[in-house]
Design a protein around this ligand. Structure first.
Ligand code: ZN
Length: 389
């Protein structure tokens, strides 16, 4: 039993309450919020700092972390050409090294769950389990002519999902590179498998103007419109980017229950543009936040991403925090994202630093989003275990 005491608790519950009181964790779950406890094996003193749900990074490629700083360009097409060169000589050992670097960085900066899109996800799963971070891993599928994977990407993805289905902190799923590398048949078969296995489907969608232009040339339809026409939009779809969507397509995303992941830093870094996130929220689209890989961000610090995304999209602190916690958990169909009785215990503690003071119940959410940095995180609890600090 763990008691976290003496903190201002941002619960992210349905009423978005911020309270002062203890949080008690037993096993892998939160069993009490705001009440006193008389006995505990471990007491974590938050020392007047912030106690909040761990952040959820909804779009990463952790296998690319060793590429941080390697590609200095502001154009996605060129960026992909450069990273493809790396993929061709990549090894399982290199993927593991990358994943372990990413896991350490994410845990240290307050991320307790991440959603990845890559190949060799089995190697990434091993490193995530070793580090103790909750991992949602989508094995990427693309047409055979584009892949650097050994074997058929769809069969690789299916074998991975079957093998990792019943793990405690690793949740396998299906992924797609994007409409520019996946035919209609490839998407159809992958989506069917995701439905059959009850997993999400995670993909890049409408990331650049060029993607839309070439899709219109090929199919006479914009990517999101084409996805809807083929019945590929659904509540299991997690679409990273969605920078280039028109009003009609926004309605399609909203109606289908598709989650959009905003990667504001990466989009700016690669000159892809700015997604219309504020409008998406107004239309009721479920919006989450991601960093994208360290090769195009270059940080996996979700505090930085929350702040940048809020600033560039004109979001309130509460909207940005929702996107990084409860909305992400909803998309992942995971019982995390808030500090409430019965939820899985994924909690972080931010130390009371000068940079987040004055601190009160009233300004805690604003200070967590706009003033705090990942390096302010003093403790992380994931699935009921104290992972750092
Ligand atoms: Zn990406």
């Amino acid at each position: 039993m763990i008691t976290i005491s003496n903190g201002i608790v941002i619960t992210q519950d349905a009423r978005r309450r911020v309270i002062q009181g203890n949080v008690i964790v037993e096993g892998d779950a939160i069993t009490s919020v705001g009440k006193q406890s008389d006995r505990s094996d471990i007491v974590i003193d938050a020392k007047g700092g912030i106690v909040m749900p761990g952040l959820i990074n909804m779009h990463t490629h952790v296998g690319m972390t060793t590429l941080r700083g390697a590609v200095d360009c502001s154009n996605l097409t060129r960026f992909l050409e450069e990273t493809a060169k790396f993929d061709r000589r990549n090894t399982r050992e290199k993927v593991k090294e990358s994943a372990s670097m990413a896991a350490a960085e994410m845990i240290a900066t307050g991320t307790t769950s991440f959603l990845d899109l890559y190949y060799s996800e089995d190697a990434i799963a091993e490193e995530a389990e070793r580090a103790g971070i909750r991992a949602f891993l989508s094995w990427v599928v693309l047409d055979k002519e584009y892949t650097t994977q050994v074997g058929d990407p769809i069969r690789n993805a299916e074998a991975f999902v079957k093998k990792y289905k019943n793990k405690r902190t690793v949740m396998p799923s299906f992924g797609l590179q994007g409409v520019y590398a996946c035919s209609k048949d490839t998407i159809q078969e992958t989506d069917r498998l995701a439905e059959e296995h009850g997993t999400i489907l995670h993909m890049h969608l409408a990331e650049t103007k060029e993607e839309v232009r070439s899709h219109v040339k090929k199919y006479s339809m914009r990517p999101v419109e084409w996805m809807r026409r083929n019945r590929f939009l659904s509540s299991r779809l997690v679409a990273a980017h969605a920078v280039w969507v028109d009003d009609k397509e926004m309605s399609m995303l909203a109606r289908s229950g598709t989650t959009v992941v905003n990667n504001a830093v990466s989009n700016a870094r690669l000159g892809s543009g700015t997604a219309r996130i504020k409008e998406m929220l107004k239309r009721g689209i479920n919006v989450a936040l991601g960093t994208d890989s360290a090769a195009s961000n270059d940080s996996l610090d979700m505090f930085q991403t929350m702040k940048f995304s809020a600033l560039i999209n004109g979001l309130t602190a509460q909207e940005a925090l929702d996107a990084a916690t409860v909305s992400a958990a909803k998309a992942l169909r995971c019982n995390t994202g808030s500090i409430e009785e019965g939820k899985k215990a994924d909690i972080i503690v931010i130390g009371r630093r000068q940079s987040i003071c004055p601190l009160s119940k009233k300004n805690a959410v604003s200070n967590a989003v706009f003033a705090a940095q990942g390096s302010d995180v003093a403790k992380s609890i994931i699935n009921g275990a104290v992972i750092n600090g």
